[in-house]
Design a protein around this ligand. Sequence first.
Ligand SMILES: N[C@@H](CCC(=O)N[C@@H](CSC=O)C(=O)NCC(=O)O)C(=O)O
Length: 277
Amino acid sequence: MKLVSNVRCFGGEQRRYEHVAETLNCSMQFSVYLPPHAGKHGPVPAVLWLSGLTCTDENFSSKAGAQRVAAQLGLALIIPDTSPRGDEVPDEDAYDFAKGAGFYVNATQQPWAKHYQMYDYITKELLELVSQELPLSGQFSISGHSMGGHGALIMALREHGRFASVSAFAPIAHPTQCPWGHKAFSGYLGDDREAWREYDAVELLRAGKPCPPLLVDQGSADNFLAEQLNFSVLHDLAEELDLIAEVRMQEGYDHSYYFIASFIEEHLKFHNNYLSN
Ligand SMILES: N[C@@H](CCC(=O)N[C@@H](CSC=O)C(=O)NCC(=O)O)C(=O)O
């Protein structure tokens, strides 16, 4: 992987890398924050952050304000892009499908399947790459926002033991039951609803997948709350299944990065409880 940029931030380093992603058949960029002294005093644990619709790897690193707390806690942040990129990658003129909207699934339908393999890219190729190339301890937690909250939840549920804890901001909790999910899953996965369930956090929980400790925040003033997010289904299921979980409604917050910036410190401290330094 090639270092594209590196700037000092809270005593650590905010880096951007480029690499050829074999899983996606294209070149990809991703961002990394390394806390002060990472590597010099031993390897550090990491939080993998998955962003939402329309994002690249740079939205979180420039808007969430996560680096100050990550530096204090000694946590690395691994921040991938949200879809395959490049002229050879098929696209659509939509904010909620194709580029910027990979939905963290492995597409089975044409013309998407050749490139849109975001689930395997992140859980296999990217985690392996950063584990080999960066001073990381191999301990990961996972978090994300909206489409990325959905990605964080399904990866934590499907990759049992891989992530010490999981958190999400306004996740698309039940994508088989909302317009964003219907559009993405019918496009990437086709009409087979059984295939859709493998990428739906609520369905995975109902099927008995074990869940690591969970923290979810949802803003009550979020424009997407009623139609897209199914917060109450996830909230009630976490109680019913007696998960180690806090699923919280935050009064007056919307869907934006102002909301993420307001609670990212709590999320990183939550993950740090489960990641031994
Ligand atoms: N009105 C926006 C809709 C897209 C949007 O709100 N994207 C969110 C994630 S939504 C779910 O995955 C986001 O994080 N945007 C980037 C940001 O920096 O705020 C549009 O049409 O673009």
